[in-house]
Design a protein around this ligand. Structure first.
Ligand code: NAD
Ligand code: MG
Length: 367
């Protein structure tokens, strides 16, 4: 089914008082300037994008910026370009533009661009507006919503950043047509995660609609994005700065980061690491008597159905994975602190997890 682009977009509000903002989801939104132009308050705009996305979609945004003083700053493609050096260049571009405090940064791209652009906006004159225009599934359902911004250091990913909420999120689902298959599936992992943590009805819906999602059918895809964003928006509204509940969004991430790092970021995409990581977290939870085998099986089947990996890549060493897990930011005072699972729709943060149990799960999953 195709969605006519004059149909109204799905709109989800992130409720943060005066800093509340809409997330619009639907086809044709980049060209729908009547909608997003109101979020630009001043005369200056800097569009930050990358060398892959800009040739595809910058012209659509440019039409909407007509009449403003604006320019674009493009970074090279890839996680390795989410750096301080590029924040510095973005700030130089704002200076070149003569940007005042009512200037707006527009982030057009995936999570790398969004994190860097948001952080640049947080820094310029101690914080100016920015608009997220996510173009990957992962950035639509995850990184563009919630206000975490930042860059990497050689010492580690996302070590520097700020909470800085966007003024609006413009998720034009037409852009997903050009997204590479693996990136698309990696985004689906973060969709499954939201359902697994907090929305059992959505989990069942995903089970029923996996084939349509694999085919990127417009209506189910928009529904899936909207439901995940709805879930995340609720969590963010209740716990903006991750004092509690927001940490649950890290289900599968301690295992996942260890898998990504062990593969030197060349073997698994983040979403793929999260997929395997969620399943390992489910197995550990089952082993600890927190959840039932039937729930683990449902998760395994759903991940399979949307084409995500479910096993530890060949050649990875369980001892090394455990050592990497010990470095996780969530740990306290030398004990493992993990997000574990109470079955479909419920997650919980657990401290003092026994390493013997973690090791048993890692060993059993190693080929
Ligand atoms: P990405 O930004 O690297 O995009 C993935 C690839 O797709 C890139 O090669 C990109 O150029 C390309 N691409 C983007 N849109 C395209 C399109 N429409 N058509 C064709 N190609 C397109 O990766 P991502 O998965 O979007 O984001 C990952 C980043 O997000 C990481 O840096 C991660 O730390 C961050 N992140 C942040 C948060 C947060 O809350 N701020 C949450 C999750 C992830
Ligand atoms: Mg993630």
């Amino acid at each position: 089914m195709t969605i006519p682009s004059h149909a109204p977009p799905r709109t989800i509000d992130v409720a943060l008082g005066e800093r509340s903002y809409p997330v619009w989801i639907g086809p044709g939104l980049l060209r729908d300037r009547a909608r997003w132009r109101a979020a630009l308050r001043g005369r200056h705009a800097l569009v930050i994008s990358n060398t892959t996305v800009a040739p595809l979609y910058l012209d659509r945004v440019a039409e909407g910026l007509d009449g403003l003083q604006w320019s674009s700053f493009l970074i090279d493609d890839g996680e390795s370009h989410k750096t301080f050096a590029n924040v510095g260049r973005a700030l130089e571009a704002l200076a070149q533009l003569g940007a005042t405090r009512d200037a707006c940064v527009v982030a057009l791209g995936g999570g790398v661009v969004g994190d860097l652009a948001g952080f640049s906006a947080a820094c310029w004159m101690r914080g100016i507006d920015f608009i997220q225009m996510p173009t990957t599934l992962l950035s639509m359902v995850d990184s563009s919503v919630g206000g975490k911004t930042g860059v990497n250091l050689p010492a580690g990913k996302n070590l520097v950043g700020a909470f800085h909420q966007p003024r609006a999120v413009v998720a034009d689902t037409d852009t997903l047509a050009t997204l590479p298959e693996r990136e698309y599936r990696a985004g689906l992992a973060e969709v499954v995660k939201g359902a697994a943590i907090g929305d059992p009805a959505f989990f069942a819906w995903l089970e029923a609609n996996a084939a349509a999602l694999n085919a990127r059918e417009a209506a189910p895809l928009i529904e899936a994005i909207a439901r995940k964003v709805q879930y995340k928006a609720g969590v963010v509204a209740r716990d903006e700065t991750e004092q509690g509940e927001r940490a649950l969004l890290n289900l599968g991430h301690t295992f996942g980061h260890a898998l990504e790092t062990a593969g030197k970021y060349q073997v698994l995409l983040h979403g793929e690491g999260v997929a395997v990581g969620m399943l390992l977290a489910a197995r550990l939870s089952e082993r600890l008597g927190m959840s039932a085998a039937a729930d683990t099986q449902r998760l395994h089947r759903l991940l399979d159905a949307v084409g995500l990996p479910t096993s530890i890549p060949a050649g990875m060493d369980p001892e090394q994975l455990l050592a990497l897990m010990r470095l996780d930011k969530k740990n306290l005072a030398g004990t493992l602190r993990l997000i574990l699972w109470r079955g479909v729709g419920r997650a919980e943060i657990i401290s003092g997890v026994n390493e013997t149990d973690v090791m048993a799960v890692l060993r059993a999953a190693t080929r």
